[in-house]
Design a protein. Structure first.
Length: 400
């Protein structure tokens, strides 16, 4: 009797649950332990649903972004997809603790002979990322961190039987950009760099790449923020695009596209502790250095040769300034343009090339916007007096 009563209660609970779902007019979806939530309220940006989600006709219509048809994104992806490639980077590393001092000790080696308890043979490791073709003759853009330290690079193009050996033409660590070149023996499909300044927060974007090695994965989202400052390992990015389009390991170097199929960013970073937060290098940043990377193999940067810091209220009082503005020179590199011009530690730069300097970022921006070899005048505050100093801008990394 207890067993019969238990069975009756279970059936009643199940029936009530099913009836509640039906009466609510909802659709119940389970993936693992996750239930599919109802569509977002009207006017809310919604990402493309998972392929195995179940929606009724009205819900599907609500998910189509305004101004787009059901095939808008699919058509764009079909056109842009062939220019997106997989980048495979091979590098050699050592097995075992080869830096252990005992391994280099003659007595240790004599004692163990060929039976050294460490595997010291080099092994080849394989890294993987994405990229996209920018010229029909095989120039490819990707991230610097995808190919950093690689002894061999290969590019896999969809529809081609074999990978193509790739040459590293140029790279820049700070911007995390690299240009590769392959010889395919034919004209290749390309992607065009768009104008990232025109993209707006809330605009739809599409990421194509090889996350986790899965070729040509497409994710859709919106631009969540522009001009985001992000620190990734030893790199400091000042103006990244933030997006909620899913970006995962392997997407690095792949394009972030607008609805016209133009590249408005290069995917390069994710926040591993958050969902829906990815970052991309703006296409206009890429445009500004692309010629240098392709022709000179590196980014040519104007250089003054100083360390600078902010003018705080306390420092302004110490130096005798009327207000906390300008950029304090904290050190001068020997032999640099600043050194040759006579700038000193403790000078406060108030103007540079006719531009008022309110903070260190203003000075950095002014230097970066000055052509190499150009003679400029700076107004500095020294020993409680202002004076003008003439400086010839140099090239970073170049020695006389």
């Amino acid at each position: 009797m207890e067993r019969s009563l238990h069975r009756t209660l279970v059936m009643a609970v199940v029936a009530a649950f099913v009836l509640g779902v039906v009466l609510a007019g909802g659709v119940f979806y389970i993936s693992g332990f996750d239930a599919k939530a109802a569509p977002a309220p009207e006017g809310t940006a919604t990402q493309t649903p998972a392929a195995n989600a179940v929606y009724n006709q009205e819900q599907v219509a609500a998910l189509v972004p305004p101004g787009m048809g059901p095939d808008t994104i699919a058509d764009m992806v079909a056109k842009a997809g062939p220019a997106v490639v997989k980048v495979v980077a091979y590098s050699e590393s050592q097995r075992g603790n080869v830096h252990d001092p005992f391994l280099n000790d003659p007595f240790f080696r004599q004692f163990f002979g060929d039976r050294i308890p460490f595997d010291t043979q080099p092994r080849v490791t394989q890294g993987m990322g994405s990229g996209f073709i920018i010229t029909p003759d095989g120039y490819i853009l990707t991230n610097e961190h995808v190919v950093n330290g690689a002894s061999k690079i290969e590019v896999v193009i969809s529809g081609k039987e074999n990978p193509f050996p790739a040459e590293l033409i140029g790279s820049d660590f700070d911007l995390d950009l690299a240009v590769l070149k392959i010889k395919a023996g034919e004209q290749l499909p390309t992607l065009e760099l768009g104008d990232s300044d025109q993209i707006r927060v809330g605009n739809w974007v599409i990421a194509i790449g090889n996350p986790m090695g899965m070729d040509h994965t497409v994710t859709v989202g919106v631009v969540s923020y522009k001009g985001r400052e992000v620190d990734v390992e030893e790199r400091h990015f000042k103006s990244l695009l933030q997006t909620d389009a899913s970006i995962n390991p392997g997407n690095s170097g792949g394009p972030l596209l607008n609805l016209e199929g133009k590249v408005i960013g290069i995917n390069n970073a994710i926040n591993a502790q958050a969902q829906g937060i990815g970052f991309a290098i703006p296409s206009n940043t890429v445009k500004s250095v692309l010629k240098d990377l392709m022709e000179k193999g590196r980014v040519i940067r104007p250089w003054l040769g100083v360390g600078i810091q902010e003018v705080t209220d306390e420092l302004a009082q110490y130096f005798g300034l009327n207000k906390a503005e300008g950029a304090i020179i904290s050190n001068v590199v020997s032999g640099s343009p600043a050194d040759k011009a006579g700038l000193r530690r403790g000078d406060v730069v108030l103007e540079f090339a006719g531009k008022s300097i309110k903070n260190p970022d203003d000075l950095v921006e002014a230097i970066q916007g000055t052509p190499i070899g150009k003679k400029v005048v700076a107004l500095v505050f020294r020993d409680k007096q202002t004076q003008y100093v003439t400086i010839v801008i140099g090239e970073k990394g170049k020695t006389d």
